[in-house]
Design a protein around this ligand. Structure first.
Ligand SMILES: Nc1ncnc2c1ncn2[C@@H]1O[C@H](COP(=O)(O)OP(=O)(O)O)[C@@H](O)[C@H]1O
Ligand SMILES: [Mg+2]
Length: 368
């Protein structure tokens, strides 16, 4: 490989201890079950709930080995970041898929596929890059690369993991969804899509009839991405402590877990804040004090803004004690794990800091 080879990527290493294999298992177990059976799905979680971090973890070879066992040697997980699209055209989308296939296949650890990857680059990706806007060429070459992969390894399964898909779901031309369905049908039982979104597909693209074929692939398999479990907050904090040389005690980690409800964005904001505050100040773990701090407030604002408008209204009403127990929004908010759902207990807002933020907002706050 030369230096200009686009297949060459650097893997970002975490400072501090890598996460245990059990990190986020409540999400990864159902996701890998879908991948194993080539069922498409969507992973739904509010803003800064750790969706992108989850992907950093699951591209690790040992993680895939853990969940897929011997299937790992015949599974290609291709991660696409929709933030890299600029105009959401068909060409751009297929080019991104092609680019990422070439990149992943070049370093996937499956010798026959790694061997082919250089020719994928020359034969399929380069000609597409030479003709920006030639949609048909990009689509056909994408299909050819997938067929080639499936032939090189007759046991191969492919999953496209598409991060930050909300805007793409709204803006991509309808034809893209028909073609994605077509590609999946041509490789039935061997190819699936997993989308990472903040909001439900039916909300993002309400005209379901128009993209029914694609929608029905995923609609039966929602996987909620809720707050971190206690051990995951501890692991995250330990990484931050190592990175910033700022050690915490076990009791403080627990305190942060408790007041953030396990929302990674809030955990990070509280940690950053803590480093700036004089130790021993009693109010530094008080949610009502924390929400006056800019970075914590901003995290809460982003979290609220990431919800659908009626969910925003609902959670505000709930925080202010104005919501009827039977409101259907309780169910939706529980699904997103923004309200706790412990059997036999009254639901509560998952994070005391977020609850304090909502309570402090003026009565007539409008959805963002
Ligand atoms: N294990 C971790 N260690 C350090 N920072 C983390 C960890 N998990 C999440 N974060 C931070 O929390 C924030 C939210 O996570 P992110 O994965 O970007 O959420 P989402 O993609 O759902 O919006 C980011 O700033 C991220 O860097
Ligand atoms: Mg993200």
């Amino acid at each position: 490989m030369t230096n200009t080879d686009p297949r060459k990527t650097s893997i970002m290493r975490e400072l501090g201890k890598e996460h245990d294999i059990t990190y986020r298992q409540e999400v990864l177990k159902p996701l890998f079950e879908c991948i194993k059976s080539a069922d498409s799905c969507y992973l739904i979680g509010a803003g800064s709930m750790g969706k992108t971090r989850l992907l950093d973890h699951l591209v690790r070879t040992d993680v895939q080995q853990h969940y897929l066992g011997e299937r790992a040697a015949h599974t290609l997980i291709i991660r696409l970041d929709m933030n890299r699209l600029s105009d959401f055209s068909e060409w751009e989308f297929y080019e991104l898929m092609l680019f990422n296939i070439v990149q992943v296949s070049g370093q996937c650890g499956i010798p026959e596929i790694e061997k082919k990857s250089a020719s994928f680059l020359q034969t399929f990706l380069m000609p597409v890059l030479d003709h920006p806007g030639n949609t048909l060429k990009a689509l056909r070459f994408l299909e050819l690369v997938i067929t080639n992969l499936m032939v090189v390894d007759e046991d191969l399964a492919i999953c496209f993991l598409m991060d930050e898909f909300d805007e793409a779901y709204r803006r991509l031309p309808t034809k893209v969804f028909a073609h994605l369905r077509g590609i999946r049908d041509a490789n039935k039982n061997r190819l699936c899509y997993a989308l990472l979104v903040r909001n439900a597909p039916a909300y993002l693209r309400p005209n379901l009839m128009e993209h029914e074929g694609f929608y029905e692939l995923l609609s039966r398999n929602p996987i909620p991405i809720g707050p971190y479990a206690r051990q995951d907050v501890h692991a995250m904090l330990q990484q931050l402590e190592a990175r910033f040389g700022y050690p915490l005690t076990e009791a403080i980690r627990d305190k942060i877990y408790e007041i953030s409800g396990g929302h990674p964005g809030t955990v990070l904001a509280i940690f950053t804040n803590l480093r700036r505050t004089v130790e021993g100040v009693p109010y530094r773990f008080d949610p009502r004090w924390l929400i006056k701090e800019e970075n914590v407030k901003e995290e809460c604002r982003k979290l609220l803004a990431s919800l659908e408008p009626d969910e925003q209204v609902g959670i505000l009403e709930f925080a202010k004690g104005n919501m009827a127990d039977a409101s259907p929004l309780i169910k939706t908010l529980r699904l997103k794990k923004l309200l706790t759902s412990v059997e036999g207990q009254v639901p509560q807002i998952f994070s005391p800091v977020f609850a304090a933020y909502l309570q402090a907002l003026p009565e007539n706050t409008k959805p963002a």
